[in-house]
Each structure stands twice: as structure tokens, then as C-alpha cells.
Design a protein around this ligand. Structure first.
Ligand SMILES: *Cc1c(COP(=O)(O)O)cnc(C)c1O
Length: 416
């Protein structure tokens, strides 16, 4: 597969460059030159689907048998579909080691990057901004991987304590920078670093990296094949990477009737759907903090894929009180505990009026990651899964920093 830039000013490049560079030289995001139509048996496994997709997008740069081992070791945890009513189910994507769907993308990407570096015999610093769950998934994916250093930026006081513990306590090749600002500040510092001529050997691990985005289409294939009849997925969205991956799956032939992409109060995309104007604004803090994004970077990929996005995408914004009330409603009616992000997805479906066979709430994180919010809202105690218990009380090793790119530049020069 060859990759182009969303800004059209870069020549088609191979998968290796697209993965290792993260951002195209013209500042745009890499997008595949084609999305071929494919098909799978109805009972295809996650690994079978992942392998075929990996071959299509990375097969020109990495041999098929290596891609297969990468898929087997990356996707070694279950993907569950739990039904709530006859028509509504929850697609649980939080059974990986850091209990969020980001494990799919991060684990696959870390293996792809290792394979590409192995061929080149070189080293890299992975630079990544996190609004919460990316940090843990990326840190876990690259922990102790030879030749790779990871530098994570996260906004101070805006990620949950347990999310933070997952990536600030590891040490070794993982460094965490606590930025005294918002997620958008973190993301823009990272973007500046990639565009800086003096900083070299950097790779991106956000959903701007194609190796993280592509594997997220795997679970849409897997689940849409298993559910018969018209299927709608409601994807709780922040940076819109998960939505983009689902759109790629749909475009390539996955049996998906409609995608909906509800947001929290960070409503840049819902406002665009209403008005036709894309006006990013500073992110605000919400109870679904992993979606606190004011200028979603994958939006340009979505527009490239579908210039008539406004007519096709359903995207509404929901407030924190609505999110918490829905969390409680679902618990009271179904004894099912959602995380606040998943609750936003559930609200999105409540607003969707067309009658379909399958309404799928995409559950992006385990509720225990948001212990305080969930316990307080439902007035219950939930027990911590071992993945969280193990890190809950370890000492944090993060470094504080003001949201100024020059601070980051200085830091990176010393790390390298
Ligand atoms: C990252 C994240 C999201 C948002 O996903 P995007 O791909 O950025 O839209 C939603 N829920 C959880 C729990 C997340 O960690």
C-alpha cells in the first residue's frame, strides 16, 4: 500500500515512511491511496481478519509471516459482544492489558514499528500526547522494547488517577511529562516537534499514526460479521480515530448500516454537522476525559474519505449530567456498568430514530478506570481488576512542564 497526505502536497510514500514519520512532510496526515473491497467468512477470528488487513496495508514492507505473528501476539485478548435487549448490545473492547480499546491500536503499532526498526537497525523516540487511555496502551505496548524510547505528554489534573498510574509508574524506556495545560496543548507541542527540523528520530503514536488507526477497523469487521441484519455502531468520539477506522471498514465492505459518533461537550464535530463550518475550540474537561478534544486530528481524514460527511454522519453532543444519568439508567435497567465514555455512546443511540436490528454501543474502556465517577454515580463499590490493582499505589515518575514547545524541544534533545 502507498500513502498520501491529507494536504495533497506530498508524493505517495510507502508504509515504512508513513508509520515511522507519523506526519507527512507537508504537515498533513497520511491516508491510504486505496481502500480495496474485501470479504471474510462470517465466523472469521480477530487474528484472521487482522492478518488480512495487515497484509493489505503493510504487506509491501513487512513479510506476511511476520505480520501474522504480530497479529497473534497483539490480539491475544477477547472481544466480547454483550446483549442488553433484543436489539441493543455492547461491543466490549476493554479486555486488553490496559482495559481500553486503545490496546488494539497500540499493541499492533508497537509490533509494526519494532519490525520496521529491526529491518533498518535503528532507534526511535515515540512521542505521544494522551488525553487518558493512549498513555497506558502505548507505554504498555513499548515497555522494554529495545531501540524504542517513549515520551508521553498528558494534561495535568485532566486524566483519572488510575489512567495516570498506568503510564507514569513504569520508568525504564517510558518517560511521562505532565503538561500544565490542556490535551490540545499537548497535541500541538507534539505536532511542533514533528515539524521541527532539528529534532530527528521521532515517531508518532497517536491515532494520527496509520499503524494505530488501521488495526482498529478489525473489531468492526469482526462484530458486524457476527451480527445479522442492519447494524448501527455508536462510537464515543474524541480524536475521531475510532470513527475513521470504522469508516474504513465500512468502505471496504463490512456490513455496517450506519455509524454514529456522539461526543461530550467538546462538540466541534456536532457543530460542523449542524452548520457546515469547522470551528475548533479549546477543549473543556468532562467526565469522559479521553474524549476531551477541541480540534480532532482525524477529522481531515474523515473529510477526505467522504466530502459529504455532513449528510452521512450522525453526531450529537451530550453534557456531563446527561452522561451520568445514562450511566445510572443503564445500570438500573440492565444491571450493566458502563464507563462514562461508553455512556455517551449509549446516549447517541437513544437519539437515533431509525429502527434497525442491531444497535451497538461501542464500549471503549472498563468502568473501573473511572472508579470515582462510576462509584459515586451508581452508589456502589466496584472491585479493581488486577491490571489496575497492580499499579494503583506505585510511585509516579513524571516530570512537570509548562505548555511551551521550547521546553519540550530542550527535553527531547537531552533524551536522545
Ligand atoms: C480515546 C478514547 C475515546 C475516543 O476515541 P477517538 O478515537 O479519539 O475518537 C473514547 N473512549 C475512550 C475510553 C478512549 O480512551
Amino acid at each position: 500500500m502507498k500513502y498520501l497526505s491529507t494536504r495533497d502536497k506530498t508524493e505517495a510514500t510507502n508504509a515504512r515512511e508513513a508509520v515511522l514519520e507519523g506526519l507527512a512532510p507537508d504537515g498533513g496526515l497520511f491516508i491510504p491511496t486505496e481502500l480495496p473491497e474485501i470479504g471474510f467468512a462470517q465466523n472469521a477470528s480477530i487474528v484472521e481478519i487482522a492478518h488480512k488487513i495487515a497484509e493489505i496495508f503493510f504487506g509491501s514492507d513487512i513479510p506476511s509471516n511476520k505480520l501474522l505473528s504480530a497479529c497473534e501476539s497483539a490480539f491475544n485478548f477477547p472481544t466480547e459482544i454483550v446483549s442488553l435487549t433484543d436489539s441493543r448490545s455492547v461491543l466490549e473492547l476493554f479486555h486488553g492489558p490496559t482495559l481500553a480499546f486503545k490496546d488494539y491500536g497500540a499493541r499492533f503499532m508497537s509490533r509494526i514499528i519494532s519490525l520496521l526498526l529491526e529491518q533498518k537497525n535503528s532507534e526511535v523516540t515515540i512521542l505521544v500526547a494522551t488525553s487518558g487511555d493512549t498513555g497506558g496502551a502505548v507505554a504498555q505496548g513499548f515497555y522494554e522494547v529495545p531501540g524504542v524510547k517513549v515520551v508521553l505528554l498528558y494534561p495535568k489534573d485532566k486524566v483519572s488517577r488510575l489512567q495516570r498510574q498506568q503510564f507514569t509508574t513504569l520508568g525504564k524506556n517510558i518517560s511521562a511529562l505532565e503538561i500544565n495545560g490542556t490535551f490540545d496543548d499537548c497535541q500541538s507541542m507534539v505536532k511542533s516537534a514533528f515539524l521541527d527540523q532539528e529534532l530527528t528520530g521521532l515517531a508518532a503514536a497517536n491515532s494520527i499514526n496509520i499503524a494505530r488507526l488501521i488495526p482498529q477497523s478489525v473489531y468492526y469487521w469482526y462484530s458486524s460479521l457476527r451480527l445479522e441484519g442492519k447494524t448501527v455502531f455508536s462510537i464515543p468520539s474524541g480524536n475521531f480515530g475510532n470513527l475513521t477506522a470504522a469508516s474504513y471498514a465500512k468502505k471496504m465492505g463490512a456490513p455496517i448500516h450506519q455509524l454514529i459518533a456522539p461526543t461530550n461537550s467538546n462538540d466541534t464535530v456536532p457543530r460542523f454537522i449542524q452548520s457546515g463550518e469547522y470551528q475548533p475550540k479549546t477543549s473543556v474537561h468532562t467526565v469522559s476525559n479521553a474524549m476531551d478534544v477541541g480540534n480532532p486530528s482525524n477529522f481531515t481524514r474523515m473529510l477526505k474519505l467522504d466530502p459529504n460527511l455532513r449528510q452521512h454522519l450522525v453526531s450529537d453532543s451530550f453534557s456531563d449530567p446527561q452522561t451520568l444519568a445514562e450511566l445510572k439508567r443503564v445500570y438500573d435497567e440492565h444491571e450493566y456498568i458502563m464507563c462514562p465514555h461508553t455512556s455517551v455512546a449509549s446516549l447517541g443511540l437513544n437519539n437515533y430514530k431509525e429502527s434497525v436490528h442491531n444497535e451497538v454501543v461501542v464500549a471503549t474502556a472498563h468502568p473501573a478506570k473511572f472508579l470515582d465517577t462510576v462509584e459515586k454515580t451508581l452508589d456502589i463499590k466496584i472491585s479493581l481488576p488486577s491490571a489496575l490493582k497492580d499499579v494503583a499505589d506505585l510511585p509516579s515518575k513524571s516530570v512537570s512542564m509548562e505548555p511551551d514547545f521550547l521546553n519540550l524541544k530542550e527535553y527531547l534533545k537531552n533524551v536522545q
